[in-house]
Design a protein around this ligand. Sequence first.
Ligand code: NI
Length: 183
Amino acid sequence: MKLPNITILDEKDKRLHQKSEDVVFPLSKEDKQMIKDMIDYLTMSQIEEEREKYDLRAGMGLSAVQVGVMKRIFVIVEETEPEKFKNYIVINPKILSHSEEQIFVGEGEGCLSVNREVDGIVPRYARMTVKAQDMDGHPYEIRVREDISIAFQHEIDHLNGILFVDKIDPKNPYKNQKNMREI
Ligand code: NI
């Protein structure tokens, strides 16, 4: 595989703190290419050999804003079995419903735009139903749970200009841990 030519913005960039805009269909050629590039990048970052070859950080999700495009688009690449990947392309997402139950990533969340160690946890819904559109603009609904539910919430936050670090109280980074389930 060839490493796509994308630059991921760092948290200091003010675009990462701005709200992205709804996507109007049809997608442009550039937007389609960007989606493909983001998927390829994430896929390669999850393959050890490629990750080492190109000195990548492993990631499972990317939002358009992270490559400087202020549109409500994100992708998630899930390794379902060794070196087999499932892609999620999510455009104009809306959360229709979510569980009462909250969960958190025990080792802490990561983000390809946050290049430092961060202490603390982020409360996330264990399950959600999300409405979105695919690359052709067709609406669909998807039910997500556990790590994929967390990834969706992390990326939807990006579309609203919020980073996971913004949700951690530095004075009490493990707040409410007892009320949530660790994954
Ligand atoms: Ni992120």
